[in-house]
Write a protein of this length. Structure first.
Length: 198
């Protein structure tokens, strides 16, 4: 297994670490809330760093593999959905936004499997890139909120910050939905699945 794939495996390992870090906050004490916030921040930062590095290393040194092509998007989906479940449980992500994003992610995975079976690649589009940007922004803002909330008493800043988060989660859900619709339209237009038996 090459270095980029090892980094992806590390990211997969960090996903349950992030979730367990969130669960520590459920113990309810001030100390466990602080420990939880710090561990969530660290596990998130390392996971995102591995995500950044594995792609760059794979492209720079021509280490792209069939395993990496499958494992990397799977790690992306698993990590984003885990982050968002925790943020939703924390009360800072709207349930409706999570549902839209979850449906989109599983639907895209299904489409990718169909396209791979047909020997076709999923077409890239601007909405997919926008979705990735909004996922990153909402995750970073949410982690910052969790850390601040662990160290700073509740006040007016919470309400203002939560409103900002709501807007960005709404934008992420909208970009996610539009990217799926665009992907789906491109798949039907390409007629890549027309030869599949039913």
């Amino acid at each position: 297994m090459n270095l980029p794939n090892k980094l992806t495996v590390l990211r997969l390992i960090l996903v349950p670490v992030f979730f367990l870090s969130y669960c520590i906050s459920l113990l309810g004490s001030e100390m466990t809330t602080i420990i939880s916030a710090v561990l969530m921040f660290v596990s998130y930062a390392v996971a995102e760093l591995t995500d950044l590095l594995d792609g760059k290393i794979a492209r720079k040194y021509n280490l792209v593999t069939d395993l990496g092509k499958v494992m990397d998007p799977f790690a992306d989906t698993l990590s984003h959905l885990t982050f968002f479940v925790c943020f939703m449980s924390y009360g800072i992500m709207p349930v409706w936004a999570f549902i839209i994003i979850m449906w989109r992610e599983f639907s895209i995975l299904f489409l990718r499997m169909l396209m791979m079976r047909a020997g076709k690649a999923m077409p890239a589009n601007i909405w997919g890139k926008s979705k990735t940007v909004f996922y990153a922004i909402t995750s970073i803002l949410s982690i910052i909120y969790v850390v601040l909330a662990a160290f700073i008493a509740r006040g007016q800043w919470n309400s203002t910050y939560e409103t900002v988060l709501y807007v960005f989660f709404a934008l992420a859900a909208a970009a996610s939905l539009m990217s799926f619709i665009t992907y789906l339209a491109a798949v039907f237009k390409s007629k890549a699945l027309s030869g599949m038996t039913r």
